[in-house]
Ligand binder design. Structure first.
Ligand code: PEP
Ligand code: MG
Length: 611
């Protein structure tokens, strides 16, 4: 009997549509017995068994590293992070202590240490931190499997081309998947910034993570449809659903291929206004995706992720090495180095923690840097030095709330420059300096801030959170998180006007910049640059090239008179469907696409792109 079709929703992290048979990987489900060891000899043997399991895990990661697909060479360091975690105090020492002191069997002791490590992260409601918890789990799972005698070799498990379904996949697991046999990936766990998602994007495998219950609904051999753009998963689809998605697959592949081909051209509107389109990155290895997708620079390098990815605090030399490599890789394009934005939901393992009842309004970001000046200065020194030869780095301070705070940060910058001069170190003396506008008070005094800096970059993720009083990671109030709220649009306009009046450029680096449907609004608000996740660049550039800046300015003047986000959104949807019917029909789920319309529309759109 044919099974009923079920549709599940997850987070689309690597675009494209995959249709095929499911292959369940029962990773992360090692049974954990619990018993007490009797006698010192048994304890000693169990400690040795644990140490041997760790050594075996280390060796298997080494082998994976050696045999890594060339497309994944950039991800070697993720495997190295796992190797480090295997020997981390929290896992290694703690497990041995539990075996010795509590006489727990090794599997149970390790599971307890992993749970304890989880507690350290549990209070943090942040997608990225959850990704790091997954790294601890993944490394722990390798030891658990060895202890339980269940070590897998994924290369032998996947026998035919299939869509891999798992509770979670570690970067090491993902790196072992054979490209030619992996049609798509679906996991219960994970988020947009988890390493698995990053690897899936690098490999171009359509992927959906965070689907929560998918493993409960799917058996090996079930037919699956995975839509990595919308995050939708159809389990045992009907014939009509298969036909619909096959058509979408073809439409989407053709469409993305065409726009990606043009993504290396500058984004210039039909009436000649050039918009700089850049990429947001969290890690060095994303430079490849940024370049591939036509980024004209890095508009936001979230430097805190380098700190969150390790167990120690990197020193100036380590930071310098990392930053110089980035500068060289991107030269002659500019790279905007956002100084440490730690705190609130972004915590580094090694970083001092503060008990705060309201961390989003607490000691975070630039405030934290001003609190730990030596650390801040060492980062500033590393950035200044890294830009010495290539001169393509820009500095940017996050979460600045007013001129006083900016002047304090500038004073530390001045000290860093004076020290470097005294020490006769090479550095970029005139490195451009910008601030992020992401606190409503910064908008109110944008005219005053503009006198002190070379550029503004609006962080809409936080600006929306703070201006609408909506926690950006709280799903209970997510319905109120409205980028098109009239207050947000007015704040953007006010910032752009203040910046332009002072003669400095204004960009956006929040998620709003990478949402294709906001392109008419952002053009109308007269932003000079947009920085977004690399995969979003081709679509956004394509829409910019098909638009007229002036027409959108009039349109935005009209939008700004509308009192609610809901009405603004309705009007915007109407305009998008009229102006770009093929684009929004192809990529929106559920709307049937007409091939003829798509072909016609696409050819027309390509003709309009200036070459
Ligand atoms: C923002 O707040 O819009 C931003 C780009 O910074 P982050 O998302 O890292 O807080
Ligand atoms: Mg921010």
């Amino acid at each position: 009997m044919r099974k009923t079709s079920i549709t599940l929703q997850g987070i689309g992290v690597s675009p494209g549509i995959a249709i095929g048979k499911a292959q369940q990987l029962n990773l992360g489900l090692t049974p954990i017995p619990h018993y007490t060891l009797l006698g010192d000899e048994a304890v000693q043997e169990e400690c040795e068994r644990f140490e041997a399991a760790v050594a075996k895990a280390e060796k298997s990661l080494e082998v994976i590293k050696e045999e890594l697909d060339p497309a994944l060479q950039d991800h070697v360091h993720l495997l190295e992070v796992h190797q480090m975690i295997l020997r981390d105090r929290l896992i290694f020492d703690e497990t041995l202590k539990l075996i010795r002191e509590k006489k727990y069997n090794a599997l149970w002791a390790l599971k307890r240490s992993l749970l304890k490590a989880h507690e350290l992260f549990r209070s943090i409601d942040d997608e990225y931190i959850r990704g790091r918890v997954a790294d601890v789990d993944a490394a722990g799972e390798l030891i658990l499997r060895n202890l339980a005698g269940q070590d897998h070799d994924l290369r032998n498990e996947i026998k035919e081309r299939a869509i891999v379904v798992a509770r979670d996949l570690s970067p090491a697991d993902t790196a072992q998947l054979q490209l030619e046999r992996t049609l798509g990936l679906v996991t219960d766990m994970g988020g947009r910034t988890s390493h698995t998602s990053i690897i899936a994007r690098s490999l171009n495998i359509p992927s959906v993570v965070g689907a929560e219950v998918v493993t409960r609904f799917v058996d090996t051999g079930d037919i699956l449809i995975v839509d990595g753009t919308t995050g939708r998963i159809v389990v045992n689809p009907t014939d009509d659903e298969i036909r619909h998605y096959l058509q979408r697959q073809e439409d989407e592949e053709n469409y993305l291929k065409e726009i990606k081909r043009k993504a290396h051209l500058p984004a210039v509107t039909q009436d000649g206004v050039a918009i700089t389109v850049e990429a947001n990155i969290e890690m060095l290895e994303e430079v490849v995706a940024a370049k591939d997708n036509g980024a004209e620079g890095i508009g936001l390098y979230r430097t805190e992720f380098f700190f969150m990815n390790r167990t120690d605090v990197p020193d100036e030399e380590t930071l310098f090495g990392e930053y110089r490599e980035l500068a060289e890789l991107m030269a002659p394009h500019q790279v905007t180095m956002r100084t440490l934005d730690l705190g609130a939901e972004k915590l580094a393992v090694s970083f001092p923690r503060h008990q705060e009842s309201n961390p989003a309004l607490g000691l975070r970001s630039i405030r934290l840097c001003l609190h730990y000046r030596d650390l801040f200065k060492s980062q500033l020194r590393a950035i200044l030095r890294a830009g010495a030869a290539t001169k393509n780095l820009r500095l940017m301070f996050p979460l600045v709330s007013g001129v006083g705070e900016l002047l304090q940060a500038k004073a530390v910058l001045k000290e860093a420059k004076e020290e470097l001069s005294r020490e006769r170190m090479a550095f970029h003396e005139d490195m451009p300096l910008g601030v992020m506008i992401e606190v409503p008070s910064a908008v109110a005094v944008a005219d005053l801030l503009a006198r002190e800096v070379d550029f503004f970059s609006i962080g809409t993720n936080d600006l929306i959170q703070y201006s609408l009083a909506i926690d950006r990671v709280n799903e209970n109030v997510a319905y109120l998180y409205e980028p098109l709220h009239p207050a947000v649009l007015r704040f953007i306009r006010q910032t752009v006007r203040a910046g332009h009046a002072a003669g400095i450029p204004v960009g956006i680096c929040g998620e709003m910049a990478g949402e294709p449907s906001y392109v008419p609004v952002l053009l109308g608000l007269e932003l000079d640059s947009l920085s977004m996740n690399p995969q979003a660049i081709p679509r956004v550039k394509n829409l910019i090239c098909r638009s007229r800046a002036r027409g959108n300015q009039k349109f935005v003047n009209r939008l700004l008179k509308i009192p609610t986000a809901q009405e603004i959104s309705t009007l915007l949807q109407d305009v998008l469907m009229k102006r770009f019917p093929e684009e929004f029909r192809i990529l929106e789920p559920g709307l049937p696409t007409s091939k003829a319309l798509q072909r016609q529309g696409m050819l027309k759109s390509l003709e309009n792109i200036p070459s």
